[in-house]
Ligand binder design. Structure first.
Ligand SMILES: Cc1cc2nc3c(=O)[nH]c(=O)nc-3n(C[C@H](O)[C@H](O)[C@H](O)COP(=O)(O)OP(=O)(O)OC[C@H]3O[C@@H](n4cnc5c(N)ncnc54)[C@H](O)[C@@H]3O)c2cc1C
Length: 545
């Protein structure tokens, strides 16, 4: 089996997959080293200097030996075929975790690293069911693997008393199996990446419109399993809004959920499995709302004198209804840093304040009407239009920013993001509290930091806040970040926020789940898990407290 999870699988994928680094974001060919000027600025402002010691190459990484026996591997091979199971280090390493900063820092360690004991690539639901039955019997934990872009520890090989851990890679579920053009519904395989899904739909004149920053690598099953939110959510909604139905293989049987456009047949069980992060079942296909490829696209950027004015403007737009497809606002710090990095946002028109981006999509006159209405609202709320170029530049580079994090880590910076959401009435307090918590925790360890924030998703009643933290690595950078993250999590819970708006729970947010859903809520989740996964093999240690 190939070592790169995005290289050719045991059966050719329908569409080519881009390569994904095992120890960094994305395609190694697209890595973006920092200029000497930026490095000098980082050293001057934040004391960022290169760290001692070279990171290991893939061949030098020391992986914990596989705990699976030859008998286990033979049994798994009998289910999925010998080409679709591997216990080779080269196949285990790329599935050892996700792509959070702690994940990437762990990959740089020369100490022994943990990884799943083997990888399987089932091709049918029957094979998944048989793998789950074998693992339940043999006490082997199973971690469903989509694109491998989790940033919350969702793919960590948590052993939790099990004899071994298996990574179950969904990439062979890669078909557009149905497109109902009349109703606007498509059934997509869980293993399709964002670009693959859009390519298949575009060939038939349709679009899903789900564009998270991880779009190029994350999968349909992963989007569903984590309640992902894309950058076009103001127009197309979150991924959970798009889900009309889904199929889930559990150790107790298969669920096929979702009938008709809407239903009053009791609680919506689809929403129990959307966001279940591989702990309740393996999602094999998702039936999704799709729309015709938009005929028209309008871009416009705005400047606001400060974050409070900009946030009030976004709220006014969202509360009046039917506005832009994309609507985001950077705070003063993020706008300033983006200006320093690119020096071209709006040319001479913006030197301070807060940058907002709007994009409108749809048919001709309807799109123009939404643009006119939103434009007037933003003008009335104190915005200054900057023209289309900064919004087009944002769209053009929107999937590239994660490469910058690798360059920052390489030169000794600590860089990570976190997100939350709250009602509009709590938003300013939440932003201040999280910023202070992050800066305070890092300062206590002697690190000066820069905390940037933007509103990434908007709703009539509130919005999400997305924070990016930048400082110098000092001592153990994983411990450094954990202290900051822990302080931020507590500040979120104390100030009306949710522990996660779209990154999901995984291992990292699990400590806050009792506060998020209450002890009784946690007991409900445990009861569901006991029903569908009696042996508890599915992704232990994640989501459910
Ligand atoms: C640089 C970067 C930017 C990001 N930007 C965004 C963003 O804009 N919006 C956003 O919402 N998220 C974002 N994320 C987070 C991440 O991309 C999402 O959580 C994504 O939905 C995960 O999809 P995946 O296919 O990579 O899943 P994986 O990372 O492979 O898995 C994530 C979790 O889902 C489970 N899982 C995966 N597939 C299945 C399946 N078929 N059945 C059952 N369980 C499954 C896994 O076990 C794991 O617990 C970003 C991450 C990175 C690294």
């Amino acid at each position: 089996m190939p070592s790169d999870p995005h290289a050719g699988p045991s059966k050719p994928a329908a569409l080519p997959l881009p390569p994904m680094s095992w120890n960094a974001w994305g395609d190694p060919a697209l890595a973006k080293p920092l200029s000497e000027d930026i490095k000098a600025l980082l050293e001057q402002l934040l004391g960022v200097t290169p760290q001692e010691g070279a990171a290991p190459t893939a061949d030098e990484v020391l992986l914990r030996p596989s705990a699976l026996t030859a008998q286990d591997l033979a049994a798994l091979a009998a289910i999925v075929g010998p080409d679709a199971v591997s216990a080779e280090d080269a196949d285990r390493l790329p599935r050892a975790g996700g792509k959070s900063t702690p994940d990437l820092l762990r990959r740089r360690s020369r100490e022994e690293q943990d990884a799943p004991d083997a990888v399987v690539l089932p091709g049918t639901e029957e094979e998944i069911a048989a793998v789950l039955a074998y693992c339940s019997e043999r006490r082997i934990a199973v971690v469903p693997f989509g694109g491998g872009t989790s940033v919350v520890g969702g793919l960590d090989p948590v052993r939790a008393g099990f004899d071994a851990v298996l990574s179950l890679d969904l990439r062979r579920f890669d078909a557009l199996s149905d497109l109902d053009e009349v109703s606007g519904e498509a059934t997509l395989g869980a293993g399709l990446t964002g670009p693959q899904a859009e390519q298949l739909l575009a060939a038939r004149g349709f679009e899903l419109g789900h564009y998270p920053q991880s779009f190029r690598f994350a999968t349909i099953g992963g989007f569903a399993a984590t309640r992902s939110s894309g950058q076009d959510s103001a127009g197309h909604g979150r991924f959970d809004d798009m889900v009309r139905g889904l199929r889930v293989v559990t150790p107790a049987g298969v669920l096929d959920l979702g009938r008709g456009p809407a239903s009053a047949a009791g609680p919506d069980l689809r929403q129990l499995f959307v966001g279940s992060e591989g702990t309740l079942g393996v999602i094999t296909s998702v039936r999704l709302r799709v729309h015709p490829v938009p005929a028209v696209k309008i871009h416009e950027a705005w400047s606001f004198p400060d974050f409070a004015t900009g946030a009030a403007a976004l709220r006014a737009v969202e509360q009046q209804g039917a506005g832009p497809t994309v609507l985001r606002l950077s705070d003063e710090t993020e706008t300033g840093v983006n200006l320093a990095m690119t020096a071209k946002i709006g040319g001479s028109q913006i030197t301070s304040g807060c940058l907002a981006v709007t994009v409108y999509e749809g048919t001709g006159e309807q799109t123009a009407a939404r643009h006119r209405l939103t434009r007037q609202t933003l003008l009335d709320a104190g915005g200054t239009p900057l023209g289309e170029e900064p919004a087009r530049a944002w769209e053009h580079g929107r999937f590239d920013a994660p490469y910058l994090r690798d360059a920052l880590l390489d030169c000794g910076a600590l860089c990570e993001t976190l997100e939350t959401a709250a009602n509009w009435s709590d938003l300013a307090r939440l932003k201040d509290a999280v910023t202070a918590a992050l800066q305070g925790a890092l300062q206590a360890g002697g690190t000066t930091s820069l905390v940037m924030c933007h509103i990434s998703h908007v709703y009539p009643t509130g919005a999400s806040l997305y924070f990016t933290v930048l400082g110098a690595q000092q001592g153990d950078p994983i411990a450094q970040w954990q202290a900051a993250k822990s302080a931020a999590g507590d500040a979120i819970m104390a100030n009306g926020g949710t522990i996660t708006h779209h990154h999901a729970v995984g291992t990292d947010h699990r400590p806050w789940m009792p506060q998020e859903i209450g002890e009784l809520g946690a007991a409900v989740l445990r009861a569901v898990k006991a029903t569908v996964d009696p042996a508890g093999i599915l992704n232990p240690g994640k989501l459910i407290p």
